[in-house]
Design a protein around this ligand. Structure first.
Ligand code: ZN
Ligand code: ZN
Length: 272
């Protein structure tokens, strides 16, 4: 697993570093920009915590769903063409992702955790990793319960992981690429950059991970493709270090004095 993670990171680096260098959205962004070491910790360590916990969530869900789900439904789903199954997984998973992601924005306690992802001030492929494991486990785990328990083939699920993984790097990347009419079908980098905007009109918009149609249906889409945001980040203070961010849930759950802020030495004051 260690070698797999390193290999995956290396391949991603080989693909995205040249693209970000030759086709930059923001020309003055450096490879070793602010917080690159923090995001490297996320990229190298978090996958181990996340995969084990997502498996736990899925196994738990299977124990509940398996006995009540008619075997015929599983057979029908498994008998479909691989590509149909992948498309169905993308739709089901993204609907789930939309609602869990929205919950992380709308419930104050969850927002404080999700603010870690929104503390990204310089977007690039590496920044895609900066998500608290609990955030990742709930958004990914809950959105994948149906794909994992309703009989979709292992090949379809694996293909979904590959596609959504590369797509996540692309939508966070600093690559100046326009999707044109495709932006109505698939989340483009500009679309997701608006989700990270530190501009009031863009707060709580563009939740969808892959399919903008979900945001369009629920009235939370910004479809501007010609320009991206000017300001990124969040005003919500988050701890600066990887360990501090990892331990944030304990801090949030500890009873605090009224209006007591997070310690200033441990909080990022820049952002939204
Ligand atoms: Zn968000
Ligand atoms: Zn993001």
């Amino acid at each position: 697993m260690v070698l797999d993670t390193l290999q995956k990171l290396l391949i991603t680096m080989v693909v995205f570093l040249p693209l970000e260098h030759f086709l930059p959205r923001l020309k003055d962004k450096k490879i070793f920009r602010k917080n690159w070491s923090l995001d490297s910790c996320y990229a190298l360590i978090s996958p181990f915590i996340i995969s084990a916990s997502i498996v736990f969530v899925i196994v738990l869900a299977s124990l509940v769903i398996d006995p009540i789900l008619p075997a015929r439904i599983k057979e029908i789903i498994a008998s479909q063409h691989l590509i149909i199954q992948v498309v169905e997984i993308i739709i089901i998973a993204d609907i789930g992702y939309y609602f869990v992601h929205r919950m992380f924005h709308e419930i104050p306690l969850l927002w404080k955790l999700h603010a870690i992802h929104h503390s990204i001030e310089e977007m690039d492929w590496l920044a895609a990793h900066r998500v608290h494991p609990i955030d990742q486990i709930l958004t990914r785990g809950l959105s994948l319960i149906i794909p994992f328990t309703f009989g979709f083939s292992a090949a379809a699920i694996a293909m979904f992981f590959v596609l959504s993984g590369w797509h996540s790097y692309l939508k966070h990347s600093n690559i100046n690429i326009r999707f044109g009419p495709l932006r109505w079908i698939l989340v483009s980098p500009t679309y997701h950059h608006w989700h990270h905007a530190n501009e009031e009109h863009a707060f709580d918009k563009n939740y969808a991970g892959q399919l903008p149609i979900i945001d369009i249906i629920f009235g939370t889409a910004i479809m501007k493709e010609t320009s991206g945001p000017t300001y990124y980040g969040t005003d919500t203070p988050v701890p600066k270090s990887y360990v501090g961010q990892l331990l944030l849930p304990f801090k949030l759950l500890k009873p605090q004095k009224k209006s007591a802020p997070l310690k200033t030495e441990d909080a990022s004051l820049s952002g939204q």
